[in-house]
Design a protein around this ligand. Structure first.
Ligand code: HEC
Length: 113
C-alpha cells in the first residue's frame, strides 16, 4: 500500500512538472498576432510579407531562431536601428519569442529545393 501511494505521488509530481515545462515553451499566438498585425505590419506589411518602409525586410517565413536573435539584439542594443531599436526595446523576452514564432510560421520566404 505504502509503495503504491508513493508511486502515485511520483506520477503526480512528474505530470505537474511536465505540464509546467510545456506551458513554458508554448507560444502565445493570439497575443503575438495582435501585436504583429497592429504594430509591426505598419512597416513589415500584413503577416510580415509586404514591407512598406524602405529597408524593412520581409519577416514571413524567416527562421524562428534568426528572428529571435535579431529582436533580442535590437532589444539589448547590440544591433541598432532607429526604428527597430525603439520598437524592440520595450518588448519582454516572451513577446520576442512569440513574435519570432509567429513570423516564422507565416508563408513567405521559401526555397523550392
Ligand atoms: C517604423 C517601422 C517599423 C516597425 C513598426 C517595425 N519594424 Fe521591424 N524593421 C524595420 C526596419 C527599417 C528594419 C531594418 C533595420 C535594420 O537594417 O537593422 C526592421 C528589421 C526587423 C527585423 C530584422 C530582420 C532581419 O532580416 O534582420 C526584425 C526581426 C523585425 N524588424 C521585427 C519587427 C517586429 C516583430 C515588429 C513589431 C513588434 C517590427 N519589426 C516593427 C522597421 C519597422
Amino acid at each position: 500500500m505504502k509503495t503504491a501511494a508513493r508511486r502515485l505521488f511520483r506520477a503526480v509530481v512528474l505530470c505537474t512538472s511536465l505540464g509546467a515545462n510545456l506551458a513554458a515553451v508554448a507560444h502565445n499566438d493570439s497575443a503575438a498576432k495582435k501585436m504583429a498585425e497592429g504594430t509591426c505590419a505598419g512597416c513589415h506589411g500584413p503577416m510580415g510579407n509586404k514591407p512598406t518602409v524602405p529597408g524593412a525586410p520581409r519577416l514571413a517565413g524567416q527562421q524562428y531562431e534568426y528572428l529571435r536573435q535579431a529582436l533580442a539584439a535590437y532589444h539589448n542594443g547590440s544591433r541598432q536601428n532607429p526604428m527597430m531599436s525603439a520598437i524592440a526595446q520595450p518588448l519582454t523576452p516572451n513577446e520576442i519569442d512569440d513574435l519570432a514564432w509567429y513570423y516564422s510560421r507565416q508563408r513567405g520566404l521559401s526555397s523550392k529545393y
